[in-house]
Design a protein around this ligand. Structure first.
Ligand code: FDP
Length: 334
């Protein structure tokens, strides 16, 4: 990893020509605002225990998860940053049942932002990595703006995440490759350290919550069993790597290759129950992976083709190295 001195803002400037002209300035403004929120979140994570901000806030969010104090604080931080950007028309957040409408950014070039402010929150109280995931879609000047979030994943203008680990790393795509930046804590700037990330065609690791194996699709079970078999030629068995935070697991997979999976619960085969949320987890990670030469599938189709009809819709995801994901899909077909 080298420090290039290229800031996130400079890099975004260089991507202008690749974006629809009217949205280029607002995409840059929103990514900059989210990067600023990320700097605040990473500081708060470091001080959370000292500020009494660990633990649960009480209650569940709209998707049924236990809400942590930092989930609420992270949501408010993202709302404030996006309002100040004057480029966001509406925010679909994991922590709000309905979109947060923002008159400040409701013009023709306003964006609809989908965001999970603090993803992987079960890691918060145990010092594990967590992240922020975001996705930007064109608002087209509509009021209310929220419905602009709905539709297929191909409508995303930009997607990214911020990983809060030993270093704070922002990875984004605006449809022209996937690029990673590391926060320089002295200057508060994100500097390019992972230009044009490429997912290796095949990897050596898989990530999945194996505690759920009994309720997986038979193809999913057979695929994971296959990964555990010894075969020198194909590099098996694969190693298991699973942190419990999607951002950390996908980041590892983009860099080292392999596959991260959160398949549906198929306890009732007629009613598959995926866990991860389409708009602010599955679709943005799928776009980032594809832009890095990887692949993202539901097991039976491309994640980016899944049409969102509800704000907190869920979808399965198998994401990572193109050859690994293609083989997993093959197992689903057998
Ligand atoms: P969390 O519920 O802790 O916020 O958003 C969902 C998510 O974390 C992902 O980040 C993570 O990959 C997954 O759920 C972990 O789920 P399990 O605990 O069921 O493995």
């Amino acid at each position: 990893m080298t420090q290039s001195g290229v800031t996130l803002q400079t890099h975004l400037e260089g991507r202008r020509a690749k974006l629809p002209a009217e949205y280029a300035p607002t995409v840059a403004a929103v990514v900059d605002a989210l990067a600023g929120a990320g700097v605040q979140i990473e500081r708060e994570l470091a001080y959370a225990a000292l500020h009494g901000r660990l633990g649960v806030a009480g209650g569940n969010n709209v998707t049924g998860d236990t809400v942590k104090k930092l989930d609420v604080w992270g949501h408010e931080t993202v709302v404030a940053a996006l309002r100040a950007s004057r480029a966001c028309a509406a925010l679909v957040s994991e922590e709000a049942p309905e979109p947060v409408e923002m008159a400040e950014g409701a013009g023709q070039a306003g964006l609809v932002v989908c965001c999970d402010p603090v993803d992987g929150s079960s890691n918060l109280d145990v010092g594990g990595s967590v992240g922020t995931i975001f996705s930007l879609r064109p608002g087209r000047g509509r009021t209310p703006g929220g419905p602009g979030a709905l539709g297929p994943g191909d409508q995303q203008l930009c997607a990214g995440y911020i990983l809060y680990g030993p270093a704070t790393i922002l990875v984004y795509t605006a449809g022209d490759g996937t690029h990673g930046f590391t926060l320089d804590r002295d200057s508060g700037k994100f500097l390019l350290t992972l230009p044009d990330m490429r997912v290796p065609a095949r990897g050596k690791t898989y990530g999945i919550n194996e505690g759920n194996a009994l309720t997986w699709h038979p193809g999913q079970r057979a695929y994971v069993e296959h990964l555990k078999q010894k075969d020198k030629a194909s590099g098996r068995p694969y190693s298991l790597r699973y942190s419990g935070a999607m951002v950390a697991d996908v980041h590892r997979t983009l860099l080292d290759g392999g596959i991260f999976m959160y398949p549906s619960d198929m306890a009732e085969p007629a009613k598959p129950k995926p866990k991860l949320r389409l708009l602010y987890e599955v679709a943005p990670m799928a776009l980032l992976a594809e832009q890095a030469g990887g692949r993202a599938s539901t097991g039976t189709g491309r994640c980016l083709d899944v049409v969102a009809t509800e704000y907190h819709q869920r979808a399965p995801i198998l994401v990572g190295s193109a050859e690994d994901v293609a083989l997993a899909e093959d197992f689903y077909r057998r």
